[in-house]
Design a protein around this ligand. Structure first.
Ligand code: GLU
Length: 378
């Protein structure tokens, strides 16, 4: 598959980083640039595409409005700055979209909203309703209440979760770099842009590690993490430069960018949620026979499990690893860690007896299991 055309997509999430939106020297929003982006968004919207915006900039904007000195902020300072900045950010988005006759709806999400099933479903239905009304959701992390321990911190991964939550078919990360390079472009003049990534392998992750950090705010690492979340869940992703005017038009005109393609088979909403769950509570190690069974679409039985790590409860997300430690998949485990440990390596009938239950005993049911393709990094 070569690069697809933007017009092919019916639901697109556009993530805009702080450094694009805010001119930090002047301490204000880059108005002309944003208007041009809004015109691009209106173009897609007018063609019938649902567009969602994930916009950073609350902290940066609040900071400049409050005239805070440069340097790192304490948590409560950045939360207070975000409180000031987010109002301004929402107003600006509302204005530039209204210029095209499009309504904007602000959604501030926390990590729990995307990771807890009930809240996830709530956020999902709000987004669905806004889109049904043809409004553009403008989303950011709720920085004013998110604490250091439980927050995304970067809008790359947040945008990927939003994209999977909204069942978007494309996520566009507008960045200060036009894509993923095979070497650090600022150090190596021979560095080449990678136009299409078919699968996020260990090699790709290694490139992000070296090519990254100073070049963009969230860094290439969080973008690759976002690519993993998005592509595992059936959403294509692309990284393109947002430093130019009309960045979406540039993508349509075949401008430089990196596409991360997802395999064609869409996964169910439940599987999307499992695949993207950021906080696995434990790990199940399995033998080669179980790896083959899982890849053939079967459930994970206790007999194939060789080792249990972590403190997890029934229903928690766990990582499943093969004999050599590679990630095979993720799933919702049917037993807590203590029970899982008791029944590991046992036949299903022994396991049932040990647990005092009747019938089939599956460690992870196939419907609760997302298995990556062989060769996939993890
Ligand atoms: N949520 C943060 C903000 O609006 C931005 C996070 C990021 O830059 O990725 O300021």
């Amino acid at each position: 598959m070569t690069r697809p055309h933007l017009k092919k997509f019916r639901r697109i999430v556009v993530k805009v980083g702080s450094s694009l939106l805010i001119d930090s020297a002047a301490g204000k929003v880059r108005g002309e640039w944003l208007s041009a982006l809004a015109a691009d968004i209106a173009g897609l919207h007018g063609d019938g595409c649902d567009v969602l915006v994930v916009s950073s900039g609350a902290v940066a904007l609040g900071r400049s409005k409050l005239k805070l000195p440069r340097g790192p902020l304490k948590l409560e300072e950045s939360q207070a700055a975000a409180a000031v900045g987010q109002i301004a950010l929402a107003r600006i988005w509302s204005k530039v979209l209204a210029d095209h006759g499009i309504g904007a709806g602000q959604i501030l999400v926390t990590w729990q909203d995307t990771e807890e099933r009930r809240r996830y479903l709530n956020a999902r239905s709000t987004i669905a309703k806004l889109l049904e009304w043809r409004a553009v959701p403008v989303i950011n992390e709720n920085d004013t209440v998110a604490t250091n321990e439980i927050r995304y911190g970067d809008n790359d991964r947040l945008a990927a979760r939003v994209a999977t939550m909204a069942s978007a078919d494309l996520l566009i990360l507008l960045s200060d770099i036009d894509g993923l390079y095979d070497a650090p472009p600022h150090l190596n003049p021979e560095a080449k842009l990678i136009p299409v990534v078919k699968r996020v392998t260990a090699d790709i992750e290694a490139m992000a590690g070296s090519a990254a950090s100073e070049l963009s705010r969230g860094g290439m690492r969080t973008k690759i993490e976002a690519a993993k979340i998005a592509t595992t869940a059936g959403t294509h992703m692309l990284i393109a430069s947002g430093t130019i005017e009309h960045p979406l038009r540039a993508i349509m005109d075949a401008g430089p960018c990196t596409w991360f393609l997802t395999p064609a088979n869409p996964v169910t909403a439940r599987k999307r949620w499992i695949a993207g769950s950021l906080e696995p509570r434990g790990t199940l190690k399995i033998d080669a026979g179980a790896v083959a069974a899982l890849r053939a679409g079967k459930s994970l039985l206790p007999a194939g499990v060789t080792r249990i790590d972590g403190h997890f409860a029934r229903g928690d997300a766990v990582i499943v690893r093969g004999p050599n430690g590679h990630e095979i998949g993720r799933g919702l485990v049917a037993y807590d860690a203590a029970d899982a440990d008791r029944i590991k390596g046992r036949s299903s009938s022994d396991a049932a007896q040990l647990l005092g239950v009747r019938g089939r005993v599956e460690m992870i049911h196939r419907d609760d299991l997302v298995v990556g393709s062989p060769g996939e990094a993890g």
